[in-house]
Design a protein around this ligand. Structure first.
Ligand code: AMP
Ligand code: MG
Length: 396
């Protein structure tokens, strides 16, 4: 695997190799961030009855052709109750939002458009149309319709849908238990003093935070020293998880042991170089149901490759219907020089009116460039982009 492969090929290899993780049932309260493994169907019509959308009076619209009209109020129907009898001509019922509209009524007048001097009568001040202020039984879904298909990502909105359908034990693919490993003799943890040629380990904390944001449980394996033995021992431990993320040690340096150790431990590598900047040495492989990413050591590269590749692999293994990163066109704010011969992902920030602005960025080690980054601009190889032109953008 000598030559770097194109970005789109790397994504396709990820889709082809990422294993499907096992299905389990989780409580609704624990389902955020999971992906549905079965279709969820409506167990009743939605709404289950003709439902009043307002507080007011249910009536027959044909009686309101020449307002004002006076009607007799025969009963009160709060939400959760039903009227005891059908409406007769000249009658109305006082109804609350969410209550079933009684037989004989075809519309509901808002309370604000009525006058009432006592509880047994009402003056209606407007003409109603049939169906006005009523959600029809079954207008959102019919019983047994699929309301959330297999592959739906469970967001707060979709979890609301499951709750409404009475799905409280949710079939999902298991979210990954993630192991995170840094490599490098030069690294020290952030809580220790760093002197001389030492570098603070930022990648592990960046990745722990990325996983926390996705609700994936993590195990932190610390820093492997640049020896075959330590790298092997820590990677072997990481392989007992669903996902192992390592950083560093995947270039062509003398102490870059991650690739050889992965192979030695039976990981099938799908690629180990991608023609992108930053992130060229990104390595991806699979062993049984475990996914491994050897991410580059440079912190901006690790960050970018998490968004480009790790999320896609995980979404595929979770069974998401759209696992790949979703690029959108935004207007480019400032002219960008040709990036050289690799597809380039520049840290950027959204400004206003669908405009994206590249941030000052000195390369894959320039972590400070991420301070205000909420997007990546995709620049094709050898292609400058003028201000005002559309650019492909990934929102972070
Ligand atoms: P490597 O691929 O191991 O040669 O690492 C490339 C560059 O990234 C080197 O300058 C490393 O010092 C730096 N680097 C590697 N791992 C980390 C880390 N965990 N946190 C911050 N920088 C790192
Ligand atoms: Mg290293």
């Amino acid at each position: 695997m000598a030559d770097p492969i194109p970005f789109d090929d790397a994504l396709q290899r990820i889709l082809a190799a990422a294993p499907a993780w096992p299905v389990q049932h989780v409580p609704l309260q624990a389902a955020l961030g999971c992906v549905l493994a079965e279709d969820v169907r409506a167990d009743r019509d939605w709404p289950p009855f003709n439902r009043s959308m307002v507080d007011g009076f249910a009536l027959h619209s044909a009686e309101t052709l020449s307002p004002p009209v006076s009607l007799k109020v025969i009963e009160d129907v709060p939400a959760g109750t039903s009227a005891t009898r059908a409406l007769q001509p000249g009658e109305a019922i006082r109804i609350m939002t969410g209550a079933p509209v009684p037989e004989g009524a075809d519309s509901v007048v808002m309370q604000e458009r009525t006058e009432s001097s006592d509880r047994s009568s009402v003056r209606v001040l407007m003409t109603l149309k049939p169906g006005q202020n009523i959600s029809k039984r079954g207008e959102d879904a019919r019983v047994n319709d699929i309301v959330a298909p297999t592959g739906t990502a469970l967001t707060p909105g979709t979890i609301g849908i499951l709750a409404f359908a009475g799905c409280h034990s949710v079939p999902v693919r298991r979210v990954p238990r993630v192991a995170i490993l840094a490599t490098g003799n030069e690294l020290v943890e952030p809580y220790l003093p760093a002197t001389g040629a030492q570098i603070r380990n930022s990648n592990s904390y960046q990745l722990l935070a990325q996983c926390a944001a996705q609700h994936w449980p993590t195990t932190y394996l610390g820093i492997a020293r640049d020896t075959l033995e330590d790298t092997r021992a820590k990677i072997a431990e990481g392989l007992s998880h669903d996902l192992l993320l390592t950083t560093g040690g995947v270039s062509v340096g003398e102490f870059d042991y991650v690739g050889p150790v992965l192979r030695e431990l039976g990981v099938t590598l799908a690629f180990n170089k991608v023609a992108i900047k930053p992130g060229k040495p990104t390595t991806f492989g699979v062993k049984n149901k475990t996914i491994v990413f050897g991410l580059p050591g440079n912190p901006v590269a690790a960050f970018v490759c998490f968004h480009l590749f790790v999320r896609a692999a995980i979404r595929k293994s979770l069974g998401a219907s759209d696992p790949l990163p979703r690029f959108q066109n935004f207007k480019n704010a400032t002219a960008l020089k040709s990036p050289g011969d690799r597809t380039t992902f520049r840290p950027a920030r959204l400004t206003h009116d669908a405009t994206v602005e590249a941030l000052e960025w000195h390369g894959s080690g320039h972590l400070a460039a991420l301070l205000n980054a909420d997007a990546l601009i995709v620049q094709a190889a050898n292609t400058p982009v003028e201000a005002g032109q559309p650019v492909r953008t990934l929102l972070l």
